[in-house]
Design a protein around this ligand. Structure first.
Ligand SMILES: [Zn+2]
Length: 189
């Protein structure tokens, strides 16, 4: 027996006017650039190249206005395919990127967001040697108010600020003295 349609059915269940997600080669290109550029993603890069790990890439086309709260994954996110969805398709992981932000960001910002999303992926093997994909949580969840009141006195937060200071230092001194290289030159001489 057919279930009658409820006239009060929420709008979200109606067919959308346009596709919310569109597959994106541009996002794929950026992600493949990032995973080959940074050695911390070597395992992911290898698994992708060997087609052991299949990542799908999509724009999320929903427009953004500044009335919407900017939460950690408003701009982009990764989702692992459930065992049921794995049964229907080849994709292990989907990366989505809000197209509005992509259009307003420069390449460096896009790269940083994609880098962030790739940091969520952790690869492991089961006893049979099959690839397992795990999703990693963020290093840090914090309130801006704690930082304003106390500064980085809680250990995990201190490590985060230290990372920022290391980055800042690297910007001020773009060509650090390569001590090891100098020593090696000395050995060769
Ligand atoms: Zn994240």
């Amino acid at each position: 027996m057919a279930v009658p349609l409820d006239p009060d059915m929420p709008r979200a269940l109606e067919a959308p006017a346009a596709e919310l997600f569109i597959e994106s080669d541009e996002l794929r290109d950026m992600a493949e650039h990032v995973m080959s550029e940074y050695s911390e993603f070597r395992a992911i890069n290898d698994a992708v190249r060997e087609s052991e790990l299949v990542i799908g890439y999509a724009w999320e086309t929903k427009p953004w206005t500044d009335e919407e709260e900017l939460k950690p994954h408003t701009i982009a996110k990764v989702t692992k395919a459930s065992p049921l969805w794995r049964c229907f398709g080849r994709i292990h992981v989907a990366m989505q990127f809000r197209q509005w932000f992509w259009d307003h960001f420069d390449d460096r910002q896009r790269e940083a967001v994609v880098y962030h999303e790739l940091c969520h992926l952790e690869l492991d093997r089961d006893k049979g040697g099959n690839l397992k994909v795990l999703l990693r949580e963020h290093d840090l969840e914090e309130f801006g108010a704690v930082m304003r009141r106390f500064g980085p006195i809680i250990p995990g937060r201190r490590a985060f600020i230290k990372s920022y200071l290391d980055w800042q230092h690297a910007q001020e001194r773009p060509d650090p003295v390569q001590l090891r290289a100098v020593e090696q030159d000395g050995d060769d001489a």
